[in-house]
Design a protein around this ligand. Structure first.
Ligand code: PLP
Length: 424
């Protein structure tokens, strides 16, 4: 077959962009060579609808072994009794959970998108807001912390069937015990979506939701540093509260309903090459070197928050417990969009982000979100976090000065050169 020069040239350019630039998007990371190798392996050729040992296709004996190892490693990593490693993404994982637990029109209670929640937690433009009846809680205006009183008030009034916690742009830990207590008052299920802080939770650096929340979903590619994908877990399997029965008349366990909601409910064949890559990433996340890494991610989060505060930036909630900071730029007279565009010119990638009680649209925004997972993979520490805050500050203070942006770009390249990616 003739090599597709066009696509490989673009992939080379993408690699160069990743190597030269500063990657501060909170949801991104750099996987290891072996994770990438598995993701590009022959397992991409294999159809394997079903679960290990129960497939609808022949020739699955080897991918069965791979998927079983992925499941066992994920269980060990998160101390989970049950895991499904097949969701193609975080959104797919949440879709499967909702399909398993809700009927169209059921009420759900999620964290407001404009306060840091995710589209799949009930946004009007997403299946979760179209198929179900969404209600929301948010953060307190004065503290930037989740307003648990509001959560309880809305829950008691609306009696949702499911309460969703977890976020895309929230820098603080969660009180899962409190949320479960509210859910128990109204007989709701609790879904914790830990996509962002999964790696910190897995290694004990944040509160573990698995003992408290009925179901936990995550992506595998953020702080967890695996391939792009999703995961559904339960700390403990339980009898479904709706009395669904098997053809033999036995009560179906929640695990069965969730497995069925992934396949055939929302997906076809699992991506066994990605599952192989997930297995490797879970193995890596159990290692001592990952523990060192994820500790540094958290230290770097604190360091970058401190560095921005010292430069007069307003951080929502005043700091961070995890790998990200949400910066309110309203006192800097620049929108999130303008900041993002100027930073990209200096080879610094971040994303514009709504801040709680934002007066600007999601296309403009008053804030930016910055994460430390990817730069920490490159080996950067607290000292570099200060340097990064200084570079971002230089851009934000003069976002239209092309000369100054070019100067910052050169400084960015000098910094990233010292922390090479994919050395071999
Ligand atoms: N849930 C949360 C909290 C997220 O932050 C994200 C992605 O940013 C998702 C779900 C969706 O993940 P994916 O992009 O893999 O569908």
């Amino acid at each position: 077959m003739k090599r597709d020069k066009l696509i490989f040239k673009l992939l080379d350019e993408e690699q160069q962009r990743q190597e030269e630039g500063l990657e501060l998007i909170a949801s991104e990371n750099f996987v290891s060579r072996q994770v990438m190798e598995a993701a590009g392996s022959v397992a991409t050729n294999k159809y394997a609808e079903g679960l290990p040992g129960k497939r609808y296709y022949g020739g699955c004996q080897i991918v069965d072994e791979i998927e079983t190892i992925a499941i066992e490693r994920a269980k060990q990593l998160f101390n989970a009794e049950w895991v499904n490693v097949q969701p193609h993404s975080g959104a797919q994982a949440n879709a499967a959970v909702m399909l398993a637990c809700l009927n169209p029109g059921d009420k759900i209670l999620g964290f407001d998108l404009s306060h840091g929640g995710h589209l799949t937690h009930g946004s009007a433009v997403n299946f979760s807001g179209k198929l179900y009846d969404p209600h929301f809680y948010g953060v307190k205006k004065d503290t930037g912390y989740v307003d648990y009183e509001l959560l309880e008030k809305v829950a008691l009034k609306e009696k949702p069937k499911m309460i969703i916690c977890g976020a895309s742009a929230y820098s603080r830990d969660w009180d899962y015990v409190r949320i479960r207590a509210v859910a128990d008052k109204i007989g709701a299920l609790v879904l914790a979506d830990i996509s962002h802080p999964a790696g910190l939770i897995a290694r004990g650096l944040l509160t573990d939701p698995l003992p408290h929340c009925h179901i936990v979903t995550t992506t595998t590619h953020k702080t967890l540093r695996g391939p792009r994908g999703g995961l559904i877990m339960m700390g403990k399997d339980f009898e479904n509260p709706w009395g669904h029965k098997t053809p033999k008349g036995e009560i179906k366990m929640m695990s069965t309903l969730l497995d069925m909601a992934v396949f055939p409910g929302t997906q076809g064949g699992p991506l066994e090459h990605i599952i192989a890559a997930k297995a490797i990433a879970f193995g890596e996340a159990l290692s001592d070197s990952y523990m060192k890494y994820i500790l540094q991610v958290k230290k770097n989060g604190a360091a970058i928050a401190k560095a921005f505060i010292e430069r007069g930036y307003e951080i929502v909630s005043g700091g961070t417990d995890n790998h990200l900071v949400l910066i309110d730029l309203r006192n800097k007279n620049v929108t999130g969009k303008a900041a993002e565009n100027a930073l990209v010119k200096a080879d610094i990638t971040i994303n514009k982000n709504m801040v709680p009680y934002d007066d600007k649209s999601p296309f403009t925004t008053s804030g930016i979100r910055i994460g430390t997972a990817a730069v920490t993979t490159r080996g950067m520490k607290e000292k570099q976090m200060e340097a990064i805050a200084a570079l971002v500050d230089e851009v934000i203070n003069d976002p239209e000065n092309e000369l100054s942006l070019e100067k910052v770009r050169k400084k960015v390249h000098k910094l990233t050169e010292k922390f090479p990616l994919y050395k071999e």
